[in-house]
Design a protein around this ligand. Structure first.
Ligand SMILES: Cc1cc2nc3c(=O)[nH]c(=O)nc-3n(C[C@H](O)[C@H](O)[C@H](O)COP(=O)(O)OP(=O)(O)OC[C@H]3O[C@@H](n4cnc5c(N)ncnc54)[C@H](O)[C@@H]3O)c2cc1C
Length: 414
C-alpha cells in the first residue's frame, strides 16, 4: 500500500494522477479463513483491523452483502461523544473517542475528525438533574465533561433561542472533545488498512446460512458459495436478529428505522454539535455548510432504509422551537438506516451459544462513535476469549439481570 502524504499528492499532481493505487482489493473468496467477519460496516472493519494489528491474525475475510460502509456507518449523523452514565459504557466510549483523536494518523487516512464539542441541552428540570448526575459520574470515570448554564450555552451557540415556546434552555452537558468525523472515511480508512494486511473484503456477497457441527461454527453459506472458518464474528447492526436466527439462537433486540436529513448549505453559523433530546432533534453543520439534522426512530419495527414525510415534519417542528432560523432553510435530502435496539440501550459484544461464534451489535442509535473502541474490544474478545472492554456487555447480562441502563444517554440521543 502506498503511503498517502503531501509529497504523494504533489507527485501525482505532476503526473496527472495516474499513479494512485486502488484503495482496497476486491478478491473472490478463498475456501477457508481463520476468521470470517459478517458485515463490512465500521464495527466489522474495525474488528478485522485490530485482529490484524494487535493480534497478528490476518487470514481474515470481511463479507458484505452490499457495499462496504453502505449500512448505518454511511447513514449516520456522525456524533462522537463519551458522556455516558454507567462505568462500562464510559470505558468503551471513551476508549473509542480517544482512539479517534489519532486514528487518521494510525490509518494514514484523513477521517476529518473534528473535536468541536457536543452539548446535550437540558430543557426540563428532570433533564437538569439527569445531566448533572452524568457530569458527576463522568468526573469519577475520568471523562472530561461539564455542566454549563444557559448563558454559556448561548455563548457557544449564538443562534439558539433560550426561551423556547414550550421548553426553555436550562443548561447543558458539555463535552469539549466530543465532535464529528467523516463517516465514509472511517469505513474507507479501515478497509484500506485491512486490505493492505492481506485481508479479503468481499462485497456483494450475502451470508445466507451458518454451518455448524457439534456446537461449533464450521463456515458460512453465501451467495458466492460456502466458505469455511475457524471463528465467526457477526457484526451486522440492524440485521443481527436475522444472522442469529441462521446460527440458531435468539437475541434480545429489535430492528427499527432511524432517520436523518440535511438542509441546503449555508454560511458557517454553528461550530458545535447540539442535541435537544426533550424536543427530540439534534443538529450540527457539515464542512459543506449543510445543517445535518437527526430525529427519532420509527415507532414500529421495520427494515425500510428510507425516510418518511412525517419524520421531517416532527423533527423540524421540534428543532424550530430552539433554532428559529432553520424555519427558513430548504431541506435537501433525507434517509434512514436500520438500527438494532436492546432493552437497556447498551450494546452486545459477546460470545454466543456456539463455541467459536461471537456477536457485536445492539448499538442502536449511537454506535458510530464507538467504532474504534468496539473493534478494539471485539478483536481482543475474538483473539483471546476475554476483553475487559466488552465483559459487561455479554449476552449473559439479560439472563442475570445485570442491565447497563443507558436510557438517558442513548434512549433518544445518538
Ligand atoms: C440516521 C442515523 C443517524 C445516526 N446517528 C449517529 C450518530 O450521530 N452518532 C453515533 O454514534 N451513531 C449514530 N447512528 C448509529 C450508527 O450509525 C450505528 O450504530 C453504526 O453505524 C453501526 O455500525 P455497524 O458497523 O455495526 O453497522 P452497519 O454500518 O450497518 O454495517 C453492517 C453491515 O452488515 C451488512 N449485512 C447485513 N446482513 C448481512 C448478511 N446477511 N450478509 C452480509 N452482510 C450483511 C450490511 O449490509 C451492513 O453493511 C445513527 C444511525 C442512523 C441510521
Amino acid at each position: 500500500m502506498k503511503h498517502y502524504s503531501a509529497f504523494a499528492v504533489a507527485r501525482e499532481a505532476l503526473r496527472s494522477h495516474t499513479g494512485w493505487e486502488r484503495a482496497w482489493r476486491s478478491p473472490e473468496p478463498k475456501k477457508r479463513y481463520d476468521v470470517i467477519i459478517v458485515g463490512a460496516g465500521g464495527h466489522g472493519l474495525a474488528t478485522a483491523y485490530y485482529l490484524g494489528k494487535n493480534y497478528g491474525i490476518q487470514n481474515v475475510a470481511i463479507i458484505e452483502k452490499g457495499w462496504l460502509g453502505g449500512g448505518n456507518t454511511g447513514r449516520n449523523t456522525t456524533i462522537i461523544r463519551s458522556n455516558y452514565l454507567q462505568d462500562p459504557s464510559a470505558a468503551i466510549y471513551e476508549k473509542s473517542r480517544s482512539l479517534y483523536e489519532h486514528l487518521s494518523q494510525d490509518l494514514n487516512y484523513n477521517l476529518m475528525f473534528s473535536p468541536r464539542g457536543v452539548i446535550m441541552l437540558a430543557q426540563t428540570h428532570h433533564e437538569v438533574r439527569g445531566y448533572q448526575r452524568t457530569a458527576h459520574a463522568n468526573a469519577l470515570q475520568g471523562v472530561p465533561t461539564e455542566w454549563i448554564g444557559p448563558q454559556r450555552v448561548k455563548e457557544l451557540v449564538p443562534i439558539i433561542n433560550l426561551e423556547g415556546p414550550r421548553y426553555p434552555v436550562l443548561g447543558g452537558l458539555w463535552q469539549e472533545r466530543g465532535g464529528t468525523a467523516r463517516h465514509d472515511a472511517v469505513a474507507w480508512g479501515y478497509a484500506r488498512a485491512c486490505s493492505a494486511m492481506g485481508m479479503d473484503i468481499i462485497q456483494k456477497c450475502e451470508v445466507t446460512g451458518v454451518r455448524q457441527e457439534n456446537g461449533r461454527v464450521t463456515g458460512v453459506d453465501t451467495t458466492k458459495g460456502a466458505i469455511e472458518c475457524e471463528k465467526l464474528g457477526i457484526v451486522v447492526a440492524g440485521h443481527s436478529g436475522q444472522l442469529a436466527e441462521m446460527a440458531g439462537f435468539r437475541l434480545p433486540l429489535e430492528a427499527v428505522a432511524l432517520q436523518a436529513l440535511v438542509s441546503e448549505p449555508i454560511k458557517p453559523c454553528m461550530d458545535v454539535v447540539v442535541m435537544a433530546n426533550t424536543v427530540h432533534g439534534y443538529m450540527s453543520q457539515s464542512d459543506k455548510g449543510e445543517m445535518v439534522i437527526g430525529g427519532g426512530t420509527d415507532g414500529f419495527n421495520n427494515y425500510t432504509q428510507r425516510g418518511s414525510f412525517h419524520h421531517i415534519e416532527e423533527t423540524v417542528r421540534a428543532l424550530v422551537e430552539t433554532f428559529p432560523m432553520i424555519s427558513r432553510l430548504k431541506m435537501l435530502r433525507q434517509w434512514g438506516g436500520i438500527v438494532d435496539m436492546t432493552g437497556d440501550r447498551s450494546p452486545i459484544l459477546s460470545k454466543t451459544p456456539l463455541g467459536n461464534c461471537f456477536i457485536n451489535g445492539g448499538w442502536g442509535t449511537g454506535g458510530f462513535k464507538a467504532i474504534p473502541g468496539s473493534g478494539w474490544g471485539m478483536a481482543q474478545l475474538m483473539a483471546t476469549g476475554h476483553s475487559p472492554l466488552t465483559e459487561a456487555f455479554s449476552l449473559d447480562r439479560f439472563k442475570e439481570g445485570r442491565f447497563i441502563d443507558e436510557s438517558v444517554a442513548a434512549g433518544v440521543a445518538h
